[in-house]
Design a protein around this ligand. Structure first.
Ligand code: FES
Length: 269
């Protein structure tokens, strides 16, 4: 594919090179894998969020994160850890309507995912030193992309939702006889720890905890928190991908146990 005439690297004042890029490596692999990975997650999460089956294991109190918090009368008995706030919901409203839109907004406005989908879906640019297919570029200066600046508010809500997921994971140490511990707990706890890793490694977290300060010496506590967030932040991309995987694994495992396809490996209870 050739770049549009007279823009970017084809501008009149630039050296005359006919190719779109002179790179000889397989630069298209990363955008391709990104499209595949994000598509698989979005399709899986959308289907699971709407089907309303096999999301709660009564015996062990396992609740999949895709249905948390469950606050409507449509939720199966026992799954509403925070009470029932609304009546029956039509099928087109997911039972986790309180969290899913914010989680979607949190990931959609995430600085890492923006890089990922700007490159892989919008080819803006497809890779470093590979010419873009379009002539115009306004970045994030106009609607709707200027709204990406509200990311910190999604971070605040994402923080609260991580608390909710933590509460769910703690309540899941249950068996019909009282305390219980099974493989499902291991999966739920690992998922929650990694979700905290993703949430606390957020660029907005780094900014609000200490990144916006000028004099660290006057704010020793915030400096320590900022140092911690900064360390995590260097792994933000990894947390972003790993948590997509652990969310699918967690949901899938609970779906298999709840549907009776497999039984939970119990260590206690
Ligand atoms: S930058 Fe990725 S979650 Fe905030």
């Amino acid at each position: 594919m050739s770049a549009p005439a007279a823009t970017g690297v084809r501008s009149a004042t630039r050296a005359r090179i006919a190719d779109r890029t002179l790179r000889t490596d397989r630069w298209w692999i990363t955008p391709l894998l990104t499209v595949l990975g994000l598509t698989v997650f979005v399709v899986y999460a959308t289907i699971r969020s709407f089907v309303r089956t096999a999301y709660w294991v009564e015996d062990y109190h396992y609740l999949t994160p895709f249905y948390s918090p469950c606050v409507s009368a449509s939720c199966v008995p026992g799954s509403s850890h925070f009470g029932v706030w609304v009546g029956e919901l039509p099928m087109w409203i997911p039972l986790a309507f309180l969290s899913l839109p914010f989680l979607l907004g949190f990931r959609l406005t995430c600085y890492y995912y923006r890089k990922a989908y700007y490159r892989s879906f919008w080819l803006s640019p497809p890779a470093c030193a590979v010419a873009e297919p379009r002539a115009g570029y306004t970045g994030e200066t106009r609607l709707p992309l200027i709204l990406q600046n509200v990311h910190r508010y999604f971070f605040y809500v994402g923080f609260v939702i991580s608390l909710v997921n933590t509460y769910d994971a703690i309540l899941a140490f249950h068996s019909p006889g009282g305390f219980g511990f099974g493989l499902g707990n291991v999966i739920l706890v690992i998922n929650v720890i990694l979700l905290w890793g993703y949430t606390l490694s957020c660029h907005s977290c780094r900014h609000v905890t200490g990144g916006r300060l000028k004099h660290f010496s006057k704010h020793p506590v915030r400096y320590r928190i900022w140092t911690f967030a900064s360390r995590l932040n260097t792994r933000h991309m990894q947390f972003a991908w790993i948590t997509l995987g652990t969310l699918i694994i967690t949901d899938c495992y609970i779906m298999l146990v709840a549907s009776g396809t497999i039984s939970d490996l119990r260590f206690v209870g």
